[in-house]
Design a protein around this ligand. Structure first.
Ligand SMILES: Cc1ncc(COP(=O)(O)O)c(C=O)c1O
Length: 388
């Protein structure tokens, strides 16, 4: 039987032709295709500006740099996330401080955030976990004035916030990922939705060594072609390329198709696992959830067998996975000052697993995954034939 991979990207002939077109054009670095992608993504989100980057990791780091977060500052992050969220703070010389999550949303609990605020707190990075837009109004209400919010929306392209706004339009720097398994994939890549032009211009410079112009601007205007750029401040080398942008523009046009596929997979899981006392993430069945991940929380008595359960599914070719092992239990972060205990993080991290979901999956794949999980849990098959 075929494997059902976790998060396989869906590339069609249209993406392949778009890459070939850019290769034939002779300009494959950051240039006109990237500009078009940024404009189209901004329009898709309803964002003021979009600055593309080579990853969401660098997008988060650039955002903190642009806001002036640095040594001596504390940045509140969840421990229940991918390492990039916390590493962005470390990379700029600040200290990440872990706050607890809400077991239903899997995002930062505003009360947990308020509990770890100190006079050194300069920023907080909420994660729109799995594609669920988090309640940023409740989060902001838990923060003293002047603390910046940088959104980690690696999972949440196309998600909506509880107040109805699209993720990326809430007035903060908001960072997306286009890594291979994300809702929109360019192989690797990222972008920042930016609320104002001055900040966007600073980010454009910081993503390219702190230069005041980029190569396309110099070569597109022959009079300035030979003028070397000025380096205004220390930046990163973290730009997007026109090859990635070519893929991204096609993927952007296919978002509705991908969202429908993800929704169909989630609907099968929701039905076929509905009688087992499992907890699904809040909002998994709502249209505003991007459904990058489909997570299942097992009853606590399963915690010691959870890893074995994932191995059992994988042995059957089902790309079950674990998002995430909490960062505070990992060696790099073990020496960090701990603000508070993280009971919800620990309880969730010990009982959660991720079922495969993605734009290449069929409803049959979802049924097979769900039935395999039922079997591994010792439950009878869901009494329903595969849909035609
Ligand atoms: C929550 C979260 N933040 C940030 C990232 C980093 O994204 P990238 O791989 O584009 O750097 C990821 C990647 O999976 C992620 O899951």
């Amino acid at each position: 039987m075929d494997n059902i991979p976790f998060g396989q990207p869906n590339f069609s002939e249209a993406e392949i032709e778009a890459v070939a077109r850019v290769m034939r054009s002779g300009w494959v670095g950051m240039g006109p295709e990237t500009l078009a992608f940024e404009q189209e993504l901004a329009a898709h989100l309803g964002a003021q500006q979009v600055v593309s980057t080579n990853s969401c990791t660098s997008a988060l780091q650039l955002s903190l740099l642009a806001l002036g977060v640095g040594p001596g500052d504390e940045v509140i992050v969840p421990s229940f996330t991918w390492c990039s969220t916390a590493n962005a703070a470390i990379q700029v010389g600040a200290q990440p401080v872990f706050a607890d999550i809400d077991a239903h949303t899997l995002g930062l609990d505003p009360a947990g955030v308020a509990a770890v605020v100190t006079p050194r707190t300069r920023a907080v990075i909420p994660v729109h976990f799995g594609g669920l837009g988090q309640d940023l109004l409740a989060l902001s209400a838990a923060l003293p004035p002047g603390v910046q919010v940088v959104e980690d929306a690696a999972h949440a392209l196309g998600s909506t916030l509880p107040d109805g706004r699209t993720v990326g339009t809430a007035g903060h720097l908001c960072c997306f990922s286009f890594y291979a398994n994300k809702v929109l994939s360019t192989g690797d890549g990222g972008a920042i939705a930016v609320p104002d032009a001055a900040l966007a211009s600073r980010l454009r410079s910081l993503r390219l060594q702190g230069q005041n112009t980029d190569a396309w601007q110099r070569y597109a205007r022959p009079s300035s072609a030979l003028m070397p750029p000025q380096i205004a401040e220390l930046g990163l080398k973290a730009n997007f390329t026109d090859l990635q942008a070519a893929i991204g523009r096609v993927q952007l046009r296919r978002q509705a198709e991908f969202a429908a596929t993800r929704a169909a997979v989630a609907a099968v899981y929701g039905l076929a696992l509905s009688d087992l006392g499992l907890r699904f993430q809040r909002g998994w069945d709502q249209p505003g959830h991007a459904r990058h991940l489909f997570t299942v929380q097992l009853p606590p008595q399963w915690s010691s067998r959870r890893d074995g359960l994932i191995a059992t599914l994988r042995a059957q070719g089902i790309g079950a996975s674990l998002h995430y092992r909490p960062l505070h239990r990992m060696p790099l972060y073990a020496g960090l000052k701990r603000g508070q205990a993280l009971p919800q993080t620990e309880a969730v991290a010990d009982t959660i697993l991720t079922l495969p979901i993605g734009p290449c999956m069929s409803a049959d794949d979802a049924w097979r995954s769900a039935q395999a999980l039922r079997q591994a849990l010792g439950a009878a098959p869901w009494p329903r034939d595969l849909p035609n």
